[in-house]
Design a binder for this molecule. Sequence first.
Ligand code: MN
Length: 129
Amino acid sequence: MTRILLVEDNEMNRDMLSRRLSRRGFDVLIAENGKAGVELATSEKPDLILMDMSLPVMDGWEATKRIKANPTTSAIPVIALTAHAMASDREMALQAGCDDYDSKPIDLPQLLRKIEQLLAAPTERPFRK
Ligand code: MN
């Protein structure tokens, strides 16, 4: 079963998205802040990470940089989730090492396409170093 780590501090967003992903057959792991996200990524090595950018303790940009700097987790695709559909947010997310980007509110069919794309073509990620 494909395991997705969802790093999201907003309880309502977290519950809704995790429930919808579970219904689509994904095994969803949860972290409520960036630091816990990095720790779970390292210990559980999920197949993909959905990373909210605005997080307590450690934000999503820093958490992604750490995940991408660690050889044991660097290959895990990270999709950034932010509240702002601004070009600068996309740039910042990609510079932090995120493989893709999506803005809230989540359009589930669109997010699922991005997830499937990253899971299917691990060698064709344009932003992978
Ligand atoms: Mn947040």
